[in-house]
Design a protein around this ligand. Sequence first.
Ligand code: IPM
Ligand code: MG
Length: 357
Amino acid sequence: MKKYKIVLLSGDGIGPEISEVSKKILKKLAKNHNFEIEIIEKLFGGIAYEKYGNPAPDETLEQCKKSDAVLLACVGDIKYDSLERELRPESGLLKLRSALNLFANIRPVKIRKSLLDASSLKKEIVENVDLIVVRELIGGIYFGKPRGHITNTKIPKAFNTMVYDSAEIERITEIAIKIANQRNKKICSVDKSNVLEVSQLWRDTVLNITSKDKNISLSNMYVDNAAMQLVRDPSQFDVILTSNLFGDILSDLAAMLTGSIGMLPSASLNNNGPGVFEPVHGSAPDIAGKNIANPIAMLLSASMMLKIGLNEEEAAENLETAIDKVLSNGFRTADLADGSAEVLSCSEMGDKITDEI
Ligand code: IPM
Ligand code: MG
C-alpha cells in the first residue's frame, strides 16, 4: 500500500477549525482509495511565535522538507502587527516558501455552477470563468534587496527593491507553459513594462521562452489593465503569468469572481521536493473560534495536494465531486449564504462533504 507523510500546519485564526475538517476527510479518502496517510502536525505562524518566539521554527521547516507534501491552513492576526517584521506570521510564511524553494504559485479560479449567484458580478460575466494565476513566489519586491528604513532624513523614508534576474523569470515561464499546454494554450503575461525596467526584462524573457513553444499563444497586459479586464470580461483569460506582487493582488481579485475567497485553493511548487498546498484566504481572526468558517478552500487545496503532490488523482476527484454535490444540494457556509440556502457551520459542512465521499 502506498504510504504518504504529510505535514499539516493549522496555523492561526480559523486555521485549526478548517484543518480539523481536512484531517477527517483525508483519513476517509485514504481508507476509500487504499493508501496510508500519516499526518504530522507542526506549529507555524503566530502560534509558533507564541511558543518558540519564531513563526517558522527550524524543526517545522525540517519536517516539511522531509515530507511528501505540506498542507497549510492560514497564518496571521492583527495582534502580531506590532512585532518586528521578521517575527510576524507573514514572514514565517515567506521563510517557508523560500526554504522549500517554492517559486511557482498556482491559483486556479473556476466558477462552480451552483455558486453562480454568489458572485458580486453578473452571472453572464462570470459563468465561463476558468483561469489559473501562475504567480512567481520567491522573488520580486517581496524578497528584493536592499530594503529598509532610512532614519537620518528629515522625514521618515522607507524603500523596497523590485528585482528579477532572467533565470527566475525563465523557470516560472516554463511552469506556465506546462500548465497552458494542458489547457487552452493561452498565456497572458502581466507586467508594468511601460514604467518599470524589471517588467521590461520580464516581458522580454517571457517572449523569448514562450516563442520556443509554437503551440503557445502569448499576450501581454499591463497590470492596471489586467485588473480592469478581470472584472470586465474574466473569461478571456486562460493562464495568467505574473510576478510576486502583481500575482498577490490579481489573485485576490480573481478569487472574488467565484463569490467567496473562501473557495480558492493554491499550490506552491518547485521542480522537485514537497509542495505547499494552502487556501488563498487568510486567517480571518474576526470569525475565528466561532465554527462558521468555510472549509472548502482548504479542502480544494487538499485536493490539489492529492492530485499534484501525491498523484492520487482518483481521491482528488472523489473529494471535488463530493464538494460539488453538497453545494448543489443547496448547503452553504455563512460566507456564501444567499438567504435561500441552508447555512451550515464549518464542522457541519465538513460532515456533509464527508458523507458524500
Ligand atoms: C498570499 C498572502 C501572502 C502573500 C501574505 C500572507 C504574506 O496574501 O498568499 O497571497 O502576500 O503572499
Ligand atoms: Mg495575498
